[in-house]
Ligand binder design. Structure first.
Ligand SMILES: Nc1ncnc2c1ncn2[C@@H]1O[C@H](COP(=O)(O)OP(=O)(O)OP(=O)(O)O)[C@@H](O)[C@H]1O
Ligand SMILES: [Mg+2]
Length: 315
């Protein structure tokens, strides 16, 4: 059953086009990793799902549906309800999602929609494996380490057992030891609550290890999506192939993506063709002037003029 449908979404920040027709469909219970270089549009997509785009952004095409309801036509009240009951967000900087002036316990109680007893609050803090929940509850955000603050943010995001958790690089600010523990926690809590995960990341190996599906973004579009193992083992899009194969063995978990020669695009308006064409090792003449259409085969959904060719040919 489809929980999230992003259909040809276009988002502009003034003259900069952040999403250029992004399309993605997520079924209930899936764990989906969205991978792409800086500027590919991951955060813009994540924010658009909850109607959380900054004021500077404008949706100029397409739509997002959560459980069949179009986010763009929701009233302010409906949006608040969507965010408080159906969606949970975890961001890179946990401190940013916590109120610096309020004790942690009170914030967790609010996330539990105000009806929480002290015991409920301590229970919640225990689920994220904080050693001394009572002490954490009494404290303020600045008294926590980054890892502890992220655990609190996760407890709050999961408090209402959301249908969809959007985790935007939730561990990028943490050191590698804490990173794994926090990810284990996110995936365990989501599995327990039946929450679907959308994890936005640069970390291809980590995504492949934990997610059922991977969506690769480039230039504001999802250029390839499919089962995590298939996308990585047999990439169909030359960009995915480059990510999966660039500098063999050099991408280890926790690292940013290894650079592919050239720069990702900053679009102003719709890309006339494939925005990867200037960097593509398998480019054809038609690539620069014709937008690739979705090509579905073997479980992959690929935006590439060469997608119908043999697997791996584009490498
Ligand atoms: N508030 C903003 N104002 C203007 N442009 C923005 C804003 N936020 C994002 N952009 C632009 O939109 C495009 C997509 O950015 P986005 O932050 O969604 O990418 P990202 O994949 O999340 O990158 P990162 O990996 O660095 O987090 C980029 O070109 C970026 O410069
Ligand atoms: Mg981002």
């Amino acid at each position: 059953m489809t929980l999230l449908e992003v259909d040809q979404l276009v988002v502009d920040y003034g003259a900069v086009r952040a999403l250029d027709g992004a399309t993605l469909s997520v079924a209930r219970g899936e764990t989906v990793g969205i991978v792409g270089e800086s500027g590919s549009g991951k955060s813009t997509l994540g924010s658009a799902i909850g109607g959380l785009l900054p004021k500077a952004a404008e949706v100029t095409g397409g739509e997002v549906k959560v459980d069949g309801s179009v986010v763009g036509s929701m009233s302010a009240r409906e949006l608040r309800a969507l965010r408080s009951t159906r969606l949970g967000y975890v961001f890179q900087e946990p401190i940013g999602s916590l109120d610096p002036t309020m004790r942690i316990g009170r914030q967790v109680a609010l996330a539990l929609r105000g009806r929480a007893s002290r015991a409920d609050v301590l229970d919640r803090l225990a689920t994220v494996k904080l050693a001394d929940p009572a002490r954490v509850a009494r404290g303020y955000p600045h008294q926590l380490s980054g890892g502890m603050a992220q655990r609190v943010a996760i407890a709050m995001a999961m408090a209402a057992e959301p249908e969809l958790l959007i985790a935007d690089e939730p561990t990028a600010a943490l050191d590698s030891q804490v990173r794994d523990e926090v990810l284990d926690l996110v995936f365990a809590l989501a599995a327990e609550a039946g929450t679907t995960i959308l994890w936005l990341s640069h970390d291809l190996p980590a995504v492949a290890r934990r997610c059922s599906r991977v969506a690769v973004m480039y230039g504001g579009r999802v250029v390839e999506s499919g089962p995590a193992s298939a996308v990585l083992a047999e990439p169909r899009h030359p960009y995915t192939a480059a990510l999966a194969g660039s500098v063999p063995g050099a991408v280890s978990e926790g690292q940013r993506l290894v650079a592919i020669p050239g720069q990702p695009p900053v679009l102003s308006g719709a890309s006339p063709g494939c925005s990867f064409a200037p960097r593509c090792p398998a480019v054809l003449e038609s690539c620069a002037g014709e937008r690739p259409r979705s090509h579905v085969s073997g479980g992959h959904d690929v935006l590439c003029h060469r997608a119908s060719e043999t697997v791996g040919a584009a490498r």
